[in-house]
Design a protein around this ligand. Structure first.
Ligand code: FMN
Length: 204
């Protein structure tokens, strides 16, 4: 069951052509843990969300592969400084390419504390959090489905990191955090487990 939601934000249509090669994003990707001040555009955030979990054809298939097409991932953002978005927590809806507001207010500090006080989380203008619902995949693949879900999160995360590079941004993939605390702060439903935290911003 999904949460009760407040206002929806329709996102700008994502670009499907770019000027930066895949090879060059692979070459330049590096974990970035310090970001410049200043806002990110809503276009960049839209593009990043699409790169991780966007729908790419009329059958509902997405940018990242998914075992059995069961799509166990749920993508959230913790917004601090994005043009056109109030600080808060938002849930990405791939089908509508839309954000649903979950919580109002800047929660980056709390999320930072829940993640061994890794400062980059507090500093980033936007922080992506990949959650999963294991049951969507284990119902078909049983125990083996657990590894499939983690693999899939890796695909989505890498898409996002490479897309960040092509937008002139930096990111870091963070796995060290308290699962319970992260789920509490983002007010996710029972059964949603956080896998990855990915702060994104303008590198120095
Ligand atoms: C599963 C996973 C968990 C990670 N967790 C953290 C983390 O909690 N904090 C952090 O600063 N970096 C984290 N990293 C990033 C690694 O430290 C980083 O990828 C590694 O040092 C190699 O550097 P590079 O990403 O610049 O190539 C994680 C990376 C992976 C793949």
């Amino acid at each position: 069951m999904d949460q009760e939601v407040a206002p929806n934000i329709n996102l700008p249509v994502p670009r499907t052509e770019g000027t930066v090669s895949v090879e060059s994003t692979l070459l330049k990707r590096r974990s970035v843990r310090e970001f410049q001040d200043g806002p990110l555009s809503l276009e960049s955030v839209s593009q990043l969300l699409w790169s991780a979990q966007g729908i790419t054809d009329s059958h509902g298939y997405r940018t990242a592969p998914s075992a059995g097409g069961l799509y166990p991932l749920e993508l959230y953002i913790v917004v601090g400084n994005v043009q056109g978005l109030n600080p808060g927590i938002y849930h990405y809806r791939p089908k509508q390419h839309r954000l649903d507001l979950i919580v109002n207010g800047d929660l980056r500090r709390e999320l930072c504390k829940a993640s061994l006080s890794q400062e980059v989380i507090q500093q980033a203008p936007v922080v992506f959090v990949i959650f999963c619902v294991f049951e969507r995949t284990t119902v078909k693949y049983r125990d083996r489905g657990v590894r499939y879900v983690f693999m899939e999160a890796g695909h989505a995360a890498q898409n996002l990191c490479l897309q960040a590079i092509s937008l002139g941004l930096g990111s870091v993939t963070i796995g060290a955090f308290s699962d319970n605390e992260v789920a509490r702060i983002l007010k996710t439903d029972k059964g949603y487990a956080p896998i990855y935290i990915i702060p994104v911003g303008m590198a120095y």
